[in-house]
Ligand binder design. Structure first.
Ligand code: FES
Length: 87
């Protein structure tokens, strides 16, 4: 079975600038999606240091998509979209 991959950045920039907002993901994702979604913490995703863009942490990667200024709501919305693509 294909799964949606969710990588929550726990690098310093993301943690300091909003990772608090992501705390509930580790409870919500297993409850809502079971084993359809694989949630893992990630060291710096490398996005915060891109020169041509002002940093917009926290960042979360869902499959190949980077979510800027991630909130629980934004992450869940993208997961729902990715799960629909798998059907
Ligand atoms: S610390 Fe999160 S992308 Fe760099």
């Amino acid at each position: 079975m294909k799964k949606v991959s969710v990588k929550v950045c726990i690098g310093t920039t993301c943690y300091i600038q909003g990772q608090e907002n992501m705390k509930n993901l580790s409870k919500i994702i297993p409850e809502k999606y079971g084993d359809k979604v694989e949630l893992t913490p990630s060291q710096c995703l490398g996005v915060c240091s891109i020169q041509w863009e002002a940093p917009k942490p926290p960042y979360v990667k869902v499959n190949d998509d980077i979510i800027k200024e991630a909130t629980v709501e934004k992450v869940l919305q993208v997961i729902d979209e990715k799960l629909k693509e798998l059907c």
